[in-house]
Design a binder for this molecule. Structure first.
Ligand SMILES: [Zn+2]
Length: 460
């Protein structure tokens, strides 16, 4: 008898869960259909990139993007749209950088690294010391004094996950200026982090200085120019290089995160945060980084709204300011949420480009990730080609505010990584580099995840 009851019970559970699975599967079909046929992310992205353009935090363009995206949210069925105060130091590149090899007058393509100080107004000239790794510098001891340190470390082409190749080397960019200045260097030149399909576009990115050590100008050099310079130095190790840049910090600016809330119908006090950063670097148009992330998460919500969905939990869309050079927006968001003692049950972030979706990295316990792999992954895998559901790191912004919310389960959208770092932080990151179908496919994947999180987070 007991056995029969148990079997009946198991049967009921199996039928219920497959019915749920079927219902979810139908909903995912509708989401993909809505996104492919009626998606607005691509057109919104066109406006953001072409009418507003790049938008470093604190700049007039960044403020334009804030006002415009607030207006976009106000046109939708959110219950509340508001700006959240963010204060940050504003860094400005100034007039275009110049660099060349003195003897040959051979130009080198460079970009100041974000946060860098300027050269003297008339530029500087110095010999160059080339190494692959900062740790090699010490071997050169006194020879570093008075020279430009040139880190020429090619990208590891064998790593499929390009973010890992980037991460392997990016700490040299941030630590480099101070490590070089400690040994008396006068400037720092860093080979751009990108695949060795070498082109002449330098990639900017943040750097910093250690207090008490001289701040020296720091620049990124394109892969092609790095190869050119390295060749010239082999031919003449005492060849001098001219560098000129005018970047500086311009004091504190008052700006905003943009936030919209769609109130939950069952547990409105429980919040699901979704979004990405609205700022970009000051070159290109900030299309993949991170126009696609903001316009994509907005459109994921529009997709669910268009389908008449009513969320159980409150869905809060956040466009963070200043991910690129300070993360002050995410810090402000975290502080306010902490002070209000909010219950943020889950977070979804999109900040890895708008290429075809591959899945999500998940910051959660192994048990929870296994549950997601069992219950959600099959819904995406066969039909939609989205199969990566692995334990991993959250996005940068979620990671920063998440310090106050260690138990929040966090999802980091992962599109195809192959081409992202060809464009990342360069003049090539423009609207034309985004494919509409790939972008809307990502929107659908994010909307589908948001739906599943809202429906089933309490079972996790
Ligand atoms: Zn980004």
């Amino acid at each position: 008898m007991k056995r029969i009851v148990l079997l009946t019970l198991l049967h009921v559970i199996a039928v219920t869960s497959s019915a749920f699975g079927q219902q979810d599967s139908l909903m995912l079909d509708k989401i993909y259909h809505e996104s492919f046929y009626n998606g607005e992310a691509y057109d919104n992205l066109r406006y953001l990139t072409k009418e507003i353009g790049n938008r470093i935090a604190g700049s007039p363009n960044a403020d334009k993007a804030v006002i415009w995206s607030k207006g976009l949210m106000q046109k939708m069925d959110f219950d509340q749209v508001y700006l959240q105060d963010v204060q940050l130091p504003y860094w400005d590149r100034g007039p275009q950088e110049k660099a060349y090899i003195i003897d040959s007058k051979e130009p080198l393509t460079v970009l100041a690294l974000g946060g860098s100080v300027a050269t003297p107004p008339q530029g500087l000239e110095a010999e160059v010391i080339e190494v692959e790794l900062l740790s090699d510098l010490k071997k050169h001891g006194d020879q570093v004094r008075g020279k430009i340190v040139f880190i020429n470390k090619p990208w590891d082409e064998s790593i499929v996950e390009t973010g890992v190749a980037y991460g392997l080397n990016s700490s040299q960019r941030s630590r480099g200026p101070s490590e070089s200045a400690k040994l008396g260097a006068v400037a720092f030149l860093f080979r751009s982090l990108s695949s060795s399909r070498a082109d002449d576009f330098p990639h900017t990115g943040g750097t910093g200085y250690i207090k008490g050590i001289d701040s020296i100008p720091a620049m990124a050099i394109s892969a092609v120019s790095a190869i050119k310079l390295s060749k010239a130095l082999k031919a003449n190790p005492t060849a001098k290089v001219y560098l000129e840049q005018h970047s500086s910090w311009k004091g504190v600016r008052h700006t905003h995160n943009v936030i919209a809330e769609w109130k939950g119908t069952q547990s409105p006090e429980k919040i699901i945060t979704i979004g990405g950063h609205i700022d970009s670097w000051d070159v290109g148009e900030g299309a993949h980084d991170n126009g696609t992330g903001t316009m994509g998460t907005l459109d994921a919500i529009r997709t669910l709204m268009a389908l008449g969905y009513k969320p159980k939990h409150t869905i809060r869309l956040v466009f963070y300011m200043n991910e690129e050079n300070g993360v002050h927006g995410a810090s402000a968001y975290g502080q306010v949420a902490k002070d209000k003692n909010e219950q943020i049950v889950a977070a979804i972030e999109s900040d890895a480009g708008g290429f075809a979706p591959r899945g999500f990295d998940i910051k959660a316990s192994a048990d929870r990730v296994a549950w997601i792999q069992e219950h959600w992954k099959p819904l995406f895998e066969q039909k939609f080609w989205v199969s990566r559901f692995l334990q991993g790191s959250p996005g940068v912004d979620s990671g920063v505010w998440g310090r106050h919310f260690p138990n929040t389960i966090m999802f980091n959208f992962r599109p195809d990584p192959h081409r992202y770092f060809d464009l990342h932080h360069t003049a090539k990151d423009v609207f034309e580099a985004v494919d509409k179908r790939e972008l809307q496919s990502g929107v659908a994947a994010i909307a589908a995840l948001l739906y599943l999180v809202d429906q089933q987070i309490d079972q996790l």
